[in-house]
Design a protein around this ligand. Structure first.
Ligand SMILES: C[S@@+](CC[C@H](N)C(=O)[O-])C[C@H]1O[C@@H](n2cnc3c(N)ncnc32)[C@H](O)[C@@H]1O
Length: 253
């Protein structure tokens, strides 16, 4: 990989929006099912993570980049008030219709990582499954983080995944500095030209997040699904500065 001299073209985001819009329109299932990551994180018990399942009911959650809405059936079963943002109205409309068919209430709006159309401190939980590290042209991952911190109430819980260095999507990508990579060879053809942020270890994640988030719990997945390498960090943390929220071994509600 080489350092890039020129920033990504401004229309890279528009192309990525269009590619995802076409992707979801082409595979429009009647039902959707949550990822293993989300089931384990919200329902499992692990040494460094304990989320109180009785604390979910009635809480407002924002699913950032909800895609086909696959997380919503679980969030609904757990009693969350569901909100979500996606990058285009056609993606919102498709998922809105699917949720109506499935009998799931969800308020879905067009928005982006660095531009979330909600007031400050609107949510008790944020969820970003494979989405929060999409960085728009001219911005940095820190701009996304500042926006996430703005809409999450102090003490609120952020559940997210981040890509590790050797995730499939970074093959032949151009390193543009600070962990940001311009994608060149996305096998799904969705993100070429667009910038994603990747992370090499937990220390790097802590460093990036710790001015606004604390009480971290980390997991890591490194799986090969029939030729595609999924390498990602799993993170649960809370909104707050390190002075007010001690970095305890367990995240509790
Ligand atoms: C890999 S998909 C993950 C979808 C879903 N969260 C899941 O777990 O299946 C990434 C999603 O992020 C959305 N996305 C792309 N750029 C974004 C941005 N700048 N802000 C928020 N979401 C974005 C895409 O439209 C896409 O639905």
């Amino acid at each position: 990989m080489a350092a890039a001299d020129t920033p990504p073209a401004p229309d890279a985001a528009e192309r990525c929006n269009q590619a995802f819009t076409e992707f979801y329109a082409a595979r429009n299932p009647d039902k959707v099912y949550p990822s293993e990551f989300l089931v384990r994180t919200l329902m499992g018990e692990y040494p460094q993570l304990k989320l109180d399942r009785t604390g979910y009911r009635g809480k407002a959650i924002l699913d950032i980049g909800f895609g086909d809405g696959r997380s919503f059936p679980l969030l609904d079963d757990l009693g969350f008030q569901i909100h979500g943002i996606e990058v285009t109205e056609p993606i919102c409309a498709l998922t809105r219709e699917r949720m109506q068919r499935m009998g799931i209430a969800a308020e879905l709006r067009v928005g982006r990582n660095a531009a979330i159309p909600y007031p400050d401190a609107s949510f008790d939980f944020l969820l970003a499954s494979a989405s929060c590290y999409y960085v728009d042209p001219g911005l940095r991952f820190d701009d996304n983080l500042a926006e996430f911190a703005r809409v999450l109430r102090p003490g609120g819980v952020f559940v997210l995944t981040l890509p590790a260095m050797d995730s499939f999507v970074f093959r032949d990508g151009i390193d543009i500095g600070g962990g940001h990579v311009q994608i060149q060879a996305d096998p799904y053809g969705l993100r070429n030209g667009y910038v994603l942020r990747r992370f090499k270890d937990e220390a790097e994640i802590r460093e990036a997040f710790s001015s606004q988030f604390g009480q971290f719990a980390f997991g890591h997945v490194d799986s090969n699904y029939y030729g595609t390498q999924f390498a990602l960090w799993l993170v649960v943390c809370r909104r707050g500065d390190l002075a007010s929220i001690a970095d305890e071994p367990r995240v509790t509600l």
